[in-house]
Structures are given as C-alpha cells and as structure tokens.
Design a protein around this ligand. Structure first.
Ligand code: IPE
Ligand code: IPE
Ligand code: MG
Length: 238
C-alpha cells in the first residue's frame, strides 16, 4: 500500500512562477523582458507536464497583491499576458487542454478579460489536462467571496462543511494540489491556494522561473516521490 502512494506522480501541480524580474535585471534587461521570458517558459513547463501525464496544473500568473507594483509594470504584464494567452489558447485546443480561470476578472483590462473568456470557452471540452490560470487571484479574497455567495444562497450555518465550502471556491471540480513548486528562492505561498494547499507537498528552489527547465522539473518530481504523505495518520496507508 505505502509504495503505491510513494511511487505516484502528483495529480495536481501548482506553480508559483517567481523570479522573472530578477532574471531580467541580472541580464541588464527591463523587468518586462523577464515577464515575457517567464511566460514563454510557462508554456514549455506545461507542455512537459502534459507529456508526463500530469492531469492538473495551476499557474500563479498575477496576484491581487501584484497591483502594488508600478503602473507601467502592471500594464506591461497584462499586455504580455494577453498576447501569450491567445497563443496558449490555440495550443490548448490542439492538445486537448482545458483552460480554467481562478481569480477576479473585474479590474482587468477589457482585452485581457475577453481573452480569458475566450480561452475558457474555446477549450471547455479539453480532457488531456486542466490548466488553471490564477490571474488576479488571491486565496483570502477567494475565501471571502465564497462566504459571500454561501450567505447569498441562503445556506444554513449547520449545512456548511468543508466539502460544501470547497465547492464555492474557484477550484471546485479540481482536486487539491499534491505538489506546489515555487521558484525564485522565496519560501512562502504569497496568498496562493491557501485552503487547497492544506496537505500539499511544498518544493522551493532558488532557480529563477525562466530557467526552470526540464531537468529542474525532474528534480522537483523526484523530490515529491520521496515524500511520505500521511494526512495526519501514522503511515501513508492510514
Ligand atoms: C513573478 O516574477 C511574476 C509575477 C509576480 C507577476 P516577479 O516579477 O515577482 O520576479 P521577481 O521576484 O521580482 O524576480
Ligand atoms: C507571487 O510572487 C505571485 C505570483 C507569482 C504571481 P510575488 O513576487 O508577487 O510574491 P512576493 O511579493 O515576493 O511574496
Ligand atoms: Mg517575485
């Protein structure tokens, strides 16, 4: 029994792509070049994970706290994201990838909002992999929004349980992440999937996101396979 879970690949991988700005700064390039390179790498990483048979990937693209950055950087990121998303939507259709959105569309520029809507619509029948885009996403905001909708739906306090609450989050229909990878050296979640990550295995690497390539992915997956997941029990089999 225990070897089953130890050998298993993660079903759901969460990716906190950090270090794009530093990657550019170290090369004397503007930070936006780092964001562009970061998204090009996100495409490569998702393709590799798809080929590895991973069924769910959630990518942290822009947090609700990232609005605190200078306006030019925020606007530049949105512009680059819009172009990337159009190409990614085509790729997703070819490969049978289903794109989902986690976060608030309100506040995003209309072109990007439209792009997200199209990506979700045009890929809704994809079954090879579910690709979650955490864009204008924050986990605390997600939970507050869930509570608001529970109240609006007139749900009785005694009917609220973990399962029901989970269905009010952006990730209803998606299993909890098994592995969350953060590049760029910081060891924190920065408001990413706080509820869903309760039992995720966390993997931190100093490698900057644009340099996070196949060999680094392999290292992360190998580290995951060595973890013993107990979920509070004394052994993986319970
Ligand atoms: C991650 O890279 C992308 C976003 C948060 C939008 P950063 O832009 O945070 O890169 P660093 O951490 O400044 O290097
Ligand atoms: C986290 O990276 C958000 C995304 C990767 C989109 P940040 O660079 O914003 O995180 P902090 O500010 O270092 O916590
Ligand atoms: Mg950062």
């Amino acid at each position: 029994m225990s070897s089953d879970s130890e050998d298993a690949s993660p079903r759901h991988v969460g990716l906190i792509m950090d270090g794009n700005g530093r990657w550019a700064e170290r090369r004397g390039l503007p930070r936006l070049s780092g964001h562009r390179e970061g998204l090009a790498n996100a495409h490569r990483v998702v393709e590799i994970l798809l080929n590895y048979g991973i069924k769910y990937v959630t990518l942290y693209l822009f947090s609700t706290e990232n609005w605190r950055r200078p306006r030019e950087e925020v606007e530049g990121i949105f512009q680059i994201l819009e172009e990337w998303l159009a190409k990614e939507t085509e790729f997703a259709r070819e490969k049978g990838i289903r794109i989902r959105h986690l976060g608030k569309l309100d506040g995003l520029p209309s072109g990007l909002r439209g792009g997200v809507g199209q990506a979700v619509d045009l890929t809704r029948n994809g079954e090879a992999l579910v690709f979650g885009l955490a864009l204008n996403y924050g986990a605390r905001g997600e939970m507050v929004e869930a509570v608001r909708r529970l109240v609006r739906d007139g749900i009785k306090a005694s009917d609220v349980d973990e399962g029901l609450f989970g269905r009010y989050l952006y990730t209803s229909e998606v299993p909890a992440p098994d592995l969350i990878i953060r590049t760029g050296g910081e060891m924190r979640l920065s408001n990413f999937l706080l509820w869903q990550a309760a039992y995720a295995e966390l993997y931190f690497t100093p490698v900057l996101w644009p340099d996070f390539d196949r060999s680094e992915i392999d290292k992360a997956l190998a580290a995951y396979k060595k973890r013993q997941r107990r979920f509070g029990a004394l052994s993986p089999s319970g």
